[in-house]
Design a protein around this ligand. Sequence first.
Ligand SMILES: *Cc1c(COP(=O)(O)O)cnc(C)c1O
Length: 390
Amino acid sequence: MIYFTPGPSQLYPTVKQHITQALEDGIPSLSHRNAAFHDIVKQTYDDLRMLLNIPSDYHIFFVSSGTEAMERIIENCVDERSIHFVNGAFSKRFYDTAKELRKRPEIIRVEPGQSFDFESLYSKTELSFPWTGESRRLQMHESATRSGMTEEAELICFTHNETSTGVAIDLDEVYKIKKQRPMNLIALDIVSSAPYVSVDYSKLDCVFFSVQKGFGLPAGLGIIIISPRAMEKAQKRKANGKAVGSYHSFPAMLEQAQKYQTVETPNVLAIYLLNKVLKDMLEKGIDTIRKETERKATLLYNFFDNHKTMKPFVTDKKNRSNTVIVINTPQGSKEIITQLKKNGSTVGAGYGDYKQTSIRIANFPAHSMGDINQLLSQFKVILASEAEMK
Ligand SMILES: *Cc1c(COP(=O)(O)O)cnc(C)c1O
């Protein structure tokens, strides 16, 4: 069976061999206070920095998941106000997290399948304030410091790749906002686009992902990458008596990370496996991984753009994700998913309200060109026999 589900997904081809090796080497029994573990952590940091081009003064922390990363970022960086760009279920989760932590988040929302109208963002976007019911326009054409967002917001949150709808936002637009609003911290969710997405970390403050998507690993490990400014903010808030959380507060994680340790007993096996897959990816080369991802995405989108009924959910080509491809299924998703399974391929159902009306196909580094070609020939056979039956 090949898993094209958008996470957990197909394991990276070398994972089985790395797990066998880990068991032979006693990795799951290794104490996290042992020097051998510190070496694994150090190599993982070094390899992450090299593969993803993370600046040396940025901090890297291990948490349990992408969802936990959202909570830690809000908890550590926000006194009151965060702003959330919401275009689907995962960006909405980030916003809900802020509400649940009793912050006063603002929301900039577009319909599922859309990206944001960054061009006219400042003149047209209505900011809504759910806790008072009021809404007003962003005033970004005024001086940056007088604008609505700037006075109040401390953190602006973006989801690069909205896994629920298959929309990827243009990071240049995010960098532009950072330039206009240098006083704000910027958070970016790259859970379902790492390591494919090329990120300029120097223009961002909190970036996070988990390993069960693009890294092709078992779930249970998240990574947060933090700028010195975000770290400073958490430390200041802590010094001022504000709640920053307990064992996974940024200051608590930093203290241990500097010694290549972790606060709690971590998922040592997961960190070990991440390190092994990072080395495999470094050997293959990130440019090759990116080019292959784009070639596979083009194959998938071309096939469905040319199909009569099963069209890509995201109509505007410039907003289409290269790592999570969402396809409309006017005939219902269930039968197609069942047929593909019989042929040895598992694709994801649509997310939430779109469960029946779409399917989602992951295009991660673990999926080879051959896998994608095979999936497409299965589609051809299934769709041809469906057409015959009509
Ligand atoms: C899967 C996903 C998450 C949640 O990550 P977990 O590791 O499952 O908690 C967050 N954001 C996006 C965009 C995702 O695809």
